[in-house]
Design a protein around this ligand. Structure first.
Ligand SMILES: [Fe+2]
Length: 191
């Protein structure tokens, strides 16, 4: 367990090539923990017969959920497919819906898939060297459409909270799939 003094100042290491940190704690998400989030659950179960691949991991500091603090860290989303759907993060709304977030792409390529409670959707490419703004009220999920890890640095209000809810079971209105070797954004048939 790391201890930081949130009322003073501190330094923490993040490798801006691979996203790893020697200090921050890592949380790993394996396919077995999110197989129902992929559209093709049968394809997920087929993979799980022989292996349980690591889909993504993130490094964070165990921030107190206090108003005024900023949470930050890195996400490393590995390349791969479940059926025709690219590896992706679970994604979430913020419990405090009116809370934005910034993602900076350190390496790799993909999409940020966003949608608000009214069902409006936004998909923006994640490009190395560019910061992406996730607006207030939008759930957000990143998708890796490349062949190497998609590495991002993020920051948001520490008390924003994470709300998986409906979106965890039904998924987003849009999904990103590989067809004829190319990434395509298509409607999710579950909606
Ligand atoms: Fe978030």
């Amino acid at each position: 367990m790391n201890h930081f003094n949130w009322d003073y100042s501190f330094l923490v290491d993040f490798d801006l090539n691979n996203g790893f940190s020697k200090t921050a704690e890592t949380t790993k998400r394996y396919l077995s923990q999110m197989k129902d989030m992929f559209y093709d659950v049968e394809a997920a179960e087929e993979i799980l017969k022989t292996e349980d691949p690591l889909i993504y991991e993130f490094y964070e500091l165990g921030f107190p959920e206090r108003e005024g603090d900023l949470a930050f860290g890195t996400t490393i989303l590995y390349p791969g497919l479940v059926g025709e759907e690219y590896y992706m993060t679970k994604g979430h709304f913020h419990t405090k819906l009116e809370t934005a977030e910034v993602y900076y792409t350190l390496s790799g390529e993909g999409y940020m898939v966003m949608e608000n409670p009214e069902g409006d959707t936004i998909e923006i490419p994640l490009v190395k060297g560019q910061a992406l703004y996730v607006p207030r009220r939008y759930a957000h999920r990143s998708v890796n459409t490349g062949n190497e890890p998609l590495v991002m640095f993020f920051t948001f209000d520490a008390d924003a909270g994470h709300d998986y809810g409906t979106i965890e079971t039904k998924g987003y209105h849009k999904m990103v799939v590989e067809r004829q070797g190319k990434a395509e954004i298509v409607p999710n048939p579950k909606w």
